[in-house]
Design a protein around this ligand. Structure first.
Ligand SMILES: CC(C)(COP(=O)(O)OP(=O)(O)OC[C@H]1O[C@@H](n2cnc3c(N)ncnc32)[C@H](O)[C@@H]1OP(=O)(O)O)[C@@H](O)C(=O)NCCC(=O)NCCS
Length: 187
């Protein structure tokens, strides 16, 4: 099931539950070309990660296109009660933070835009188009602790840092962020 929102003449954001894994993996490798040697980007492989997300119940993606070319995505899934999303979280202050139930949290598992198409608000557009029609109470995502630019931008969108974890063995530590939905609300 897909739905199209044309906002700028040359770019579109498609909300979909079916994605082309091979095409997305190719975009991902261009996005992270300088860091592909890191375990964060190689084990598990990007294809494995994209497939896990795309096959999760309730999966949904915003896929961005410029002049018909796929240039990025924001994609994720609702967290089930038995999720491993919060495993090994450190420094969390709220004891209920990691308790999940149906309808509580939408997890953004991947967010990327090709470098040459950045800073045209496509990232924010995909995020708000995707999350704008989600029924969950909150959204969570993980950002590498060294990714200070994206971390700063997400703070401006009022995402809150709730703790840290290492998503897979050998990866860099990630900041875990949470924000109440809808995005238009002040809290
Ligand atoms: C994060 C990302 C998807 C944003 O895409 P985008 O289309 O450039 O995003 P937007 O144009 O909507 O900008 C969103 C904010 O990020 C900031 N930003 C994004 N990339 C930036 C960069 N390389 N340098 C400086 N600021 C950047 C923008 O300035 C903007 O902040 P503002 O709202 O305070 O002005 C893109 O930078 C990316 O793919 N980065 C590499 C992968 C990554 O880090 N993903 C995030 C995982 S959580």
């Amino acid at each position: 099931m897909t739905q199209e929102h044309a906002v700028y003449e040359e770019s579109t954001v498609e909300i979909t539950d079916k994605v082309d894994i091979e095409a997305l993996a190719a975009v991902y490798r261009r996005v992270h070309a300088a860091d592909l040697h890191l375990l964060d980007h190689s084990i598990p492989t990007v294809e494995e990660r994209l497939i896990w997300t795309a096959e999760a119940p309730g999966f949904q993606a915003a896929v961005g296109y410029v002049d018909g070319e796929m240039v990025g995505t924001v994609m994720g899934c609702p967290l089930p009660a038995e999720t491993l999303w919060w495993r090994d979280l450190t420094d969390a202050t709220d004891p209920d933070l990691a308790v999940e139930w149906a309808g509580r949290t939408f997890a953004v598992c991947e967010a990327f835009v090709l470098p040459e198409f950045r800073k045209h608000r496509l990232g924010v557009r995909m995020m708000s188009d995707l999350l704008g029609q989600r029924p969950e109470e909150r959204v969570s995502l993980a950002v590498t602790e060294t990714n200070t630019r994206v971390w700063g931008a997400l703070q401006r969108l009022r995402f809150e840092h709730v703790g840290d974890l290492v998503p897979f063995p050998g990866w860099r530590s990630h900041r875990m962020l949470v924000r109440a939905l809808p995005l238009s609300a002040s809290r």
